[in-house]
Design a protein. Structure first.
Length: 528
C-alpha cells in the first residue's frame, strides 16, 4: 500500500514508516501509456463478468474537461464487490485465483485503471470509495443496494471514444449475460466449433502460491468478422491480437497464461492453441491458411494429427506429390510428366519433413516414379519375379515387347518383372542396358489381372512410351517427344508387321512372313 506524506510525518518521530515499499502511481500510469484507453473499460467489464451478474452496462461520456471521458461500468451482482479494499491494493489475495474459470490472477486490473484516471469512484454493496484528483481517497459507508458501479475519468478524446465503442463490440458476452455499450447491446456470437483440450493455466497450490498446471478446458472457435483481426480471448475478453494472419478467434474457457500486463502469452502456449484448433478444423483450412506463418507453425509441430498434415499437403501441393530425389533426376522428370508436384527439400522445414516421414505422404520420387536404373537396382537386390511364376499373359506380353523392340528400335531387349504397389511406375526401359521392366502391381491395376492375354491400345501406348527412351531418357526434354513421334512414324510403315507380331504372340504357332515388302520379325512361341 502506498504511504502518504501525512502518514510519513506522523511516524517520523520514531523513525519507522509503514510498509516496505511505495508505488508511484504516475510511474504505473506511464507503464500503461502505450495501450489504447479501451483497455480500461475491458478491465472493469472483466470484473463484472466474473461476478454473479446477468447484466453489465458500459457508458462512455465526454467530460467537460477537454480530452477526457468518464467510463462507467455497472453490474447487478447482488453481493457486489467482495472486498472493497482490493480496489486499491495491488496483488491482494483474490478469490478468483481458486477458480480457473475466473479471469485474471494478479489482482492488478483496477489499479491499472486507477493509475491512468484523473478521478475515480467505486460504489458497491459494502460501501463507496472516492479517489480524488489530489491523490487521496475517501471511503464512505453508504453503498449500493446491489451491484457495483465503477466510474473512471480517463484521458480519452473524441476519436478514441468512438474507437473504444467499436473495440468493445469485439467482446464475446457469456451466455445469459447482457452487455451494453452506450445503450447498444453487444451481439452474441455463435462458435464454429467447441473443442475440448488440455491447456496450461495457473492454480494455487496448498500454500496458495500460483503454480502452472495443465487442465482440460473448452476452446471456442469463432469466425473473424469484417474489419476485425483474429484474436486470442480469455473467456470472452479479447487479450491478444494475432498478427500472423490467423483464420479464427480463439476463446479459452479458463485463465490464459498471460503476462502481468495481460497483453502477451508465451509462444509455446499460442502454438499449442493453434495446434488444437487445426487438428479439429483442418478441413476448413485453405491453401493461404497453410502457407501463412501460423499454418506452417502448426505443420512443424510433431503433435499435428496425420489427417491434418495430409490435408495441408493436399491443399498446398495437390493430390499427387513427391519429394525431389537428388539421386534419381529422371524419377523427378517422370513425376512431373505424370502430373506430380515435385517438392524441393527447402520448401518445407526440417520439422515438416519429419512429419512427412511419419505420415508417409511425401515420398521420394525415386520410390514413386523410379527411373529404370532405380528399378534395376531393386531387381538386382532380389525383387524380381522368376519367369516360372509369370502368368500366361505376362509371357505373351514379354514376347510381344521383344518383337516390337526388334521392329521399332532394331534391338534385342530383355524383359523382367517385379511387383510393388507403392511404386507408381507401370514399366521402365533403359536405352543404356536394353532392359524393360514391368511392375505387375500397377500393370494388373491398369489393364486387369489377365493383362498381356490381349494386346490392347493401352499396352501399345505404354510400350511406345518406354521404347522411346532408347534415344531420350528425359521425359521433359523435347527430344523425348521427337523420339515418340519417330517411333509412331515408323510404326505406320511397319503396321502390318506389328499387327502380325501381335497376332503371333497370341496365336499358337511360330512363323516368319514377308508383308508388303517388309520383313516381319516374329518371335512367337507356342501358347502355353
Amino acid at each position: 500500500m502506498a504511504v502518504t506524506m501525512s502518514e510519513k510525518a506522523r511516524v517520523e518521530a520514531n523513525g519507522h514508516l509503514p510498509g516496505w515499499f511505495e508505488v508511484d502511481r504516475a510511474g504505473l500510469a506511464r507503464q500503461q501509456a502505450s495501450k489504447h484507453p479501451a483497455f480500461a473499460a475491458f478491465e472493469l467489464i472483466q470484473n463484472g463478468l466474473d461476478q454473479n451478474v446477468t447484466r453489465v452496462t458500459v457508458t462512455l461520456e465526454a467530460d467537460k474537461l477537454l480530452g477526457y471521458t468518464m467510463i462507467t461500468v455497472e453490474d447487478d451482482d447482488p453481493d457486489g464487490f467482495t472486498d472493497i479494499s482490493h480496489a486499491y491494493t495491488m496483488f491482494a489475495r483474490s478469490e478468483k485465483i481458486y477458480d480457473a474459470r475466473k479471469r485474471g490472477q494478479f489482482n492488478v486490473g483496477e489499479k491499472y485503471v486507477l493509475a491512468i484516471s484523473k478521478y475515480a469512484e467505486l460504489a458497491t454493496v459494502s460501501g463507496t470509495i472516492i479517489f480524488h484528483e489530489d491523490g487521496t481517497r475517501q471511503q464512505l459507508g453508504k453503498g449500493t443496494k446491489k451491484g457495483t458501479i465503477f466510474k473512471a475519468l480517463v484521458r480519452m478524446n473524441t476519436e478514441q471514444r468512438a474507437e473504444t465503442e467499436v473495440i468493445l463490440q469485439t467482446l464475446i458476452p457469456p451466455p445469459g449475460i447482457v452487455v451494453t455499450v452506450n445503450g447498444v447491446k453487444i451481439k452474441p456470437r455463435t462458435a464454429l466449433k467447441e473443442i475440448v483440450a488440455s491447456l496450461n493455466t495457473m492454480v494455487p497450490d496448498r500454500e496458495n502460491a500460483m503454480r502452472p498446471t495443465i487442465r482440460k478446458t473448452i476452446v471456442r472457435v469463432y469466425p473473424v468478422r469484417k474489419g476485425e483481426v483474429a484474436t486470442l480471448y480469455e473467456r470472452g475478453i479479447p487479450v491478444l491480437p494475432l498478427g500472423d494472419g490467423d483464420k479464427w478467434h480463439y476463446d479459452i474457457d479458463q485463465k490464459v497464461m498471460l503476462s502481468i500486463d495481460r497483453d502477451n502469452v508465451r509462444p509455446a502456449y499460442l502454438k499449442r492453441v493453434r495446434l488444437v484448433v487445426v487438428n479439429a478444423m483442418y478441413e476448413s483450412m485453405t491453401d493461404d491458411d497453410w502457407n501463412a506463418d501460423w499454418g506452417k507453425q502448426v505443420c512443424s509441430d510433431p503433435a499435428i494429427s496425420t489427417e491434418a498434415f495430409k490435408a495441408s499437403v493436399k491443399s498446398r501441393f495437390g493430390d499427387k506429390v513427391v519429394r525431389r530425389d537428388l539421386k534419381d533426376q529422371e524419377a523427378n522428370n517422370l513425376a512431373v510428366s505424370l502430373d506430380y508436384t515435385v517438392v524441393e527439400p527447402r520448401t518445407l522445414s526440417k520439422e515438416e519433413w519429419k512429419n512427412a516421414k511419419r505420415v508417409g505422404n511425401i515420398k521420394l520420387a525415386g520410390l514413386v516414379t523410379p527411373s529404370h536404373s532405380t528399378l534395376e537396382r531393386k531387381i538386382t537386390d532380389g525383387g524380381n519375379i522368376p519367369e516360372k511364376n509369370w502368368s500366361v499373359g505376362e509371357h505373351r506380353l514379354a514376347r510381344y515387347a521383344k518383337a516390337l523392340a526388334k521392329l521399332l528400335i532394331e534391338r534385342d531387349i530383355t524383359v523382367e518383372l517385379f511387383s510393388d504397389i507403392t511404386n507408381d511406375a507401370q514399366a521402365a526401359y533403359s536405352g543404356r542396358t536394353g532392359g524393360l521392366i514391368f511392375n505387375r502391381a500397377h500393370m494388373s491395376h491398369q489393364f486387369g489381372p489377365n493383362y498381356g492375354t490381349e494386346i490392347t491400345e493401352g499396352i501399345d501406348a505404354l510400350l511406345f512410351h518406354e521404347l522411346a527412351h532408347e534415344t531420350a531418357s528425359n521425359h521433359l526434354d523435347h527430344g523425348f517427344h521427337d523420339a515418340i513421334c519417330a517411333l509412331a512414324a515408323k510404326a505406320i510403315r511397319l503396321a502390318p508387321a506389328i499387327r502380325l507380331a501381335a497376332d503371333e504372340t497370341i496365336g499358337a504357332r511360330r512363323q516368319q512372313s514377308q508383308v508388303r515388302g517388309h520383313r516381319a520379325v516374329t518371335i512367337a512361341d507356342e501358347a502355353a
